[in-house]
Design a protein around this ligand. Structure first.
Ligand code: SF4
Length: 289
């Protein structure tokens, strides 16, 4: 829905490569969405480098919430999913809009990147652990069956062991459904490139492994709770013995999936109900009901 970014995260090359924020006109986006839905597409992913800034450059007072309302008004059976929400721009009105609208999935992808204030300021980002906990708890209160995704960078220059442990304890407290970890790596032309001291590579690797192990344990436990539940899923692929699908809390390619055994008669793009009877670290397994 937009290209470029008006923010200045010190580790990121996107503003210098893609330039400042340029939002697509809402009429074009809505026309395209209508066309896709009329052709049988069942899921619209709303994404930009910073989705929450959509419209700020258009000078019309028309932003992401207006776009979502208009898109959800399109006739047809389809899901809308939101990716890349900047933490400081997720407000109560956006959460309520998601909660009230059945076409918008109860799914939030908020890349927090870190939780400790000193590092977040060095990263050129707003917020801190307390502010982020407030967003998460408000979102959990307002949106029923919320699924939360985030990303974190480990080993940002100057990150101490204590700050890293702060991040891990935040992950344990929040219990994200999906979490992407990134090992910091120097990108020439960014402000972070000149920040010192750098965290040694072996320490970055250890921190990354611990973060991902923590998330794997949380994900395994959370997915076990789905066993014996019935979920509505959207079918992505169908083969002879197995089909892959996703429930409203799973985005394509980045999150886990629902594997359907004995998928006879299923077609790509079907919405079906599945009884979950098993789970792995990141995926659910079930059968049609
Ligand atoms: S990390 Fe995201 S919000 Fe920050 S500058 Fe890059 S694209 Fe923009």
């Amino acid at each position: 829905i937009a290209e470029g970014c008006q923010r200045q995260c010190t580790f990121c090359v996107i503003p210098s490569i893609r330039g400042p924020l340029r939002s697509l006109p809402p009429e074009d986006i809505l026309k395209r969405a209508e066309f896709l839905v009329s052709k049988g597409y069942r899921e619209i992913i709303i994404v930009a480098q910073d989705t929450t800034s959509y419209g700020n450059d258009l000078g019309k007072g028309y932003g992401l919430k207006d776009l979502l309302k208009d898109m959800a008004g399109i006739d047809g059976q389809f899901w809308i999913k939101l990716l890349y929400l900047y933490p400081g721009s997720v407000d109560e009105a956006l959460l309520e809009l998601i909660a009230e609208n059945k076409k918008i999935c109860p799914y939030l992808d908020i890349p927090f990147q870190h939780t400790e204030k000193r590092l977040l300021r060095l990263m050129g980002r707003t917020g801190d652990r307390e502010a982020y906990l407030r967003i998460v708890s408000l979102a959990k209160q307002i949106i029923k069956d919320l699924h939360l995704r985030t990303t974190f960078i480990v080993g940002f220059p100057t990150e101490t062991e204590e700050e890293f442990q702060g991040l891990v304890s935040f992950v344990r407290d929040v219990r994200f459904d999906h979490l992407g970890g990134f090992k910091y790596s120097d990108e020439e032309g960014t402000k972070a490139y000149n920040l010192k001291p750098k965290v040694p590579e072996d320490v970055i690797n250890k921190r990354y492994e611990l973060l991902m192990k923590t998330q794997a344990e949380i994900s395994t436990e959370k997915l076990r709770n789905y066993i014996n539940k019935i979920l509505t899923v959207l079918v992505d692929t169908v083969e002879e013995d197995i089909a892959t699908a996703r429930h409203p809390g799973q985005a394509p390619e980045i999150d886990g999936m629902v594997l359907i055994k004995d998928p006879e008669g299923l077609k790509v793009g079907d919405f079906v109900e599945v009884l979950v009877d098993d789970s792995t670290t990141y995926d659910l397994i079930g059968r049609l009901v």
